[in-house]
Write a protein that binds this ligand. Structure first.
Ligand code: ADP
Ligand code: NI
Length: 222
């Protein structure tokens, strides 16, 4: 008789292979290496937080499988592809529904809008994703994104715009340094778990040091 049960490690390995293949042409902000880093952040947080590791790891792997930005704003495409793939592995229905709920609810843009689902696993994966937006990696990603959009790196005449709503944030064309004040430096306080907050605090300090050095060099002071 064919054994339909596949073990958790096998599910994770197959999902990783699927995601790597799906993202082979992805833009560098949400490519396979972003997924690897979020997955690593997730495993780091799970060392000190109690949650279902299978749901966390699967969601870390699948959360950026299809960005609505590149699919005419279709916010259901990611959860749908993730659900179809996990169904093909015979993953249990509760796990699949949970993974889909987290994907729907975890993006920063979603958190500026209406959040209607909460779980410890969502908290952890969202933290893991946010940790990849700060620190040295966060700085690299921000300037990479700004370069791709042909934004100025800095313009002292354009102040950061705080408290933006979802639409303004999406349509911003401000210099990349502004993004630190509009998002990156706000993330430490938004961490859900104390484990992620501790990691974020160190990465936050690193960004503050970077900004201080940046302004000093801008003024020709050092
Ligand atoms: P998320 O995956 O959190 O929804 P985004 O798609 O908004 O994030 O951003 C992907 C990466 O690009 C992040 O590291 C983010 O900080 C960076 N980024 C997004 N918007 C800007 C911007 N206006 N200027 C610089 N970097 C940005
Ligand atoms: Ni992500």
């Amino acid at each position: 008789m064919k054994d339909l049960k596949i073990n958790k490690q096998e599910i994770i390995d197959k999902t990783a292979a699927f995601v790597q293949d799906q993202l082979k042409d992805a833009e560098s902000g949400h490519d396979w290496w972003h997924i690897v880093r979020v997955w690593n952040n997730c495993k780091l947080i799970l060392k000190t937080e109690d949650a279902d590791p299978l749901v966390c790891e699967l969601t870390a792997l699948l959360h950026d499988i299809a960005d609505s930005k590149f699919h005419d704003g279709d916010e259901e495409i990611g959860p749908r592809i993730a659900g179809e793939f996990l169904t093909s592995l015979n993953v249990d229905q509760n796990t699949i529904l949970h993974v889909q709920q987290i994907i729907r609810n975890m993006s920063y843009k979603a958190s500026l809008g209406q959040l209607d689902f909460h779980s410890k696993e969502l908290a952890i994966v969202q933290d893991a994703d946010r940790l990849d937006a700060i620190g040295a990696i966060g700085i690299a990603r921000a300037f990479n994104y700004g370069g791709f959009k042909n934004r100025e790196i800095y313009n002292p005449n354009i102040p950061p715009a705080l408290n933006q709503d979802k639409e303004t944030y999406k349509n911003s064309v401000a210099p990349t340094i502004n993004h630190f004040y509009e998002k990156l430096l706000l993330l430490t306080d938004k961490m859900n778990t104390s484990s992620a907050k501790a990691i974020a605090t160190e990465r936050h300090r690193y960004m503050e040091d970077f900004l201080q050095q940046f302004y000093a060099e801008w003024q020709g002071e050092r």
